[in-house]
Design a protein around this ligand. Structure first.
Ligand code: IMP
Length: 178
């Protein structure tokens, strides 16, 4: 079973739901006078976006983008667009939905890109934050949980495309990636 590969559960399904309710409340208050476009970054943000949006009580719209980080020799990774937006975000308030902010390279590039498309504002909500790993100065405005520098899986997060369907966030057993 998939769960047999998990060393320990870091954040339970119940904790995620409770935190999504709080974040949904906050976002609904902060965006009460606009209709934000939530842009989920595929694929890791899907379970988080689905949970979070249930608790957003104002009008909002949904879009998705897929990007991939080049992991070359440069310290500033570049980001390639695998799936672009289908429509204009000009003059719109955008809320990027991300699974985890790690080095910060992805978010930095995605924010630049969305501003270059004419967004009025771009803020970020991330399920997880790993601040110890940050290489560039960027932070999400809304954070579900701050976690230590451990590789995590579940609730959208993968190792080699696996484990995204676990209903909690956990740490993988060493033997599964060594
Ligand atoms: P960043 O550009 O380094 O901030 O990387 C962000 C992306 O790296 C995330 O959207 C994840 O897809 C991936 N990532 C970073 N840390 C982890 C982790 O602990 N588990 C699974 N994926 C991760």
């Amino acid at each position: 079973m998939l769960a047999d590969d998990v060393e320990k559960v870091l954040i339970t399904s119940e904790e995620i739901t409770a935190r999504c309710k709080e974040l949904g409340d906050e976002i609904s208050k902060d965006y009460h006078d606009t209709v934000p476009i939530m842009i989920g970054l595929l694929k890791g943000s899907v379970p988080f976006m689905a949970e979070l949006m249930k608790y957003i009580t104002i009008d909002c719209e949904m879009e998705f983008m897929a990007v991939s980080s080049y992991s070359g020799t440069e310290s500033m990774g570049d980001v390639r667009i695998l799936k672009d937006l289908d429509r204009s975000i000009k003059d719109r308030d955008v809320l990027v939905v991300e699974d985890i902010v790690d080095t910060g390279n992805t978010l930095l590039k995605v924010k630049e890109l969305l501003y270059s498309k004419g967004a009025r504002s771009v803020e970020v909500v991330s399920l997880l934050d790993k601040p110890d790993r940050r290489l560039v100065e960027i932070n999400a405005e809304y954070i579900g949980f701050t976690i230590p520098n451990e590789f995590v899986i579940g609730f959208g997060l993968d190792f080699d495309q696996k484990y995204r369907n676990l209903p909690y966030v956990g740490v993988l057993k060493e033997e599964c990636y060594k």
